[in-house]
Write a protein that binds this ligand. Structure first.
Ligand code: GLY
Length: 311
């Protein structure tokens, strides 16, 4: 019988891996375990500022959340983007998968769907997140009613590394050998209102197929979308590459895409799990990406290989 395995992004992925391993040990399917892991991070305010309530908001101070889920056995998937006041967007993504014929619901309409499904509306802000937002926007603090800050100029000002974490992406293999994945995030801190990154985009932030493998991304979502990152990693595994080789290739592709536009590669990372239980991860330069690996009842943090531009 295959060993249950979980991998999850960033040091806070330990929280996810522990919850997912417990779920797998109870005999839950891979997707349920991945969602349990992602939801554990949404619930843990102490360990992150970029997943769930209490995270850093957009440029106007509004917190909007993105999430998606995918079942490697059936390719069923669901996602929500730009959703406010819902504490567990990953559970809502699952509901989109289970209760609709669609894959992705966004914004106000996703919130209305949540209400119809019995999700409560809750207040997503913590005093720490509000304080940090005000500190980053002294104009607004000193002059109530002042114009909002200038629009974000893109990835150049974005700092993502082991100290400034991003999406939690959780990939699991259950005791039957099936794969599942879930990811959840508040997106980039101080993003333009309406901006959506890779996390709720199936094939960009997440992909899972029992016949090839599961992969997820984290970091500057625009760069992951540009190369259809997770789908690319899974297709490389389908073609015989190991999870490690596939993640390295995806980082090389991010570097090459930046080169074609004459900009520095953004900080991104990929992680992957194949149907045999092999795992791998890689990141672009200066990302300092660590991920949690849980198996045999234990969870450890592993440092991913950095792929510098031009390699
Ligand atoms: N990787 C999360 C985002 O870019 O929104």
């Amino acid at each position: 019988m295959p060993d249950p395995i979980v991998i999850a992004t960033w040091p806070f992925g330990k929280v996810a891996a522990e919850a997912a391993l417990k779920s797998l040990a109870n005999g839950d399917p891979a997707l349920d375990a991945a969602i349990a892991g992602a939801q554990a991070v949404e619930d843990d305010y102490s360990c992150r500022t970029s997943v769930g309530f209490g995270s850093l908001p957009d440029r106007l101070g509004r917190l909007t959340l993105d999430a998606c889920v995918m079942d490697g056995k059936t390719l069923a998937c669901g996602a929500v983007a730009g959703v406010e006041h819902i504490k567990h967007p990953v559970a809502l993504a699952r509901r989109v998968m289970d209760r609709t014929t669609h894959v992705l619901l966004v914004g106000e309409a996703a919130k209305w769907f949540a209400l119809q499904q019995g999700f409560p509306l809750e207040v997503p802000y913590t005093s720490d997140a509000i304080k940090e937002w005000l500190e980053k926007h002294p104009d607004l603090k000193q002059r109530p009613g002042a114009n909002p800050p200038a629009p974000c100029d893109g990835a150049s000002e974005i700092n993502i590394d082991a100290d400034h974490h991003d999406t939690v992406t959780v990939l699991t293999r259950d005791a039957k050998g099936s794969l599942g994945g879930a990811c959840t995030t508040s997106g980039l801190a101080y993003k333009l209102p309406g901006r959506v990154g890779d996390s709720p985009i199936i094939g960009a932030g997440l992909y899972a197929d029992d016949l090839a493998g599961a992969a997820g991304g984290t970091g500057v979502g625009e760069e992951i979308i540009r190369i259809a990152g997770s789908s690319y990693v899974v297709e490389l595994m389908r073609g015989g590459r190991s999870p490690q080789e596939a993640c390295v290739r995806a980082c090389e592709r991010v570097n090459a895409s930046a080169g074609r536009r004459g900009v520095h590669p953004a900080r991104v990372a990929f992680l992957a799990l194949d149907p045999k239980g092999n795992v791998g991860a890689a990141c672009t330069a200066k990302t300092n990406f660590q991920y949690a690996v849980g198996r045999g009842g234990k969870v450890e943090l592993v440092q991913a290989k950095e792929i510098a531009a031009g390699m």
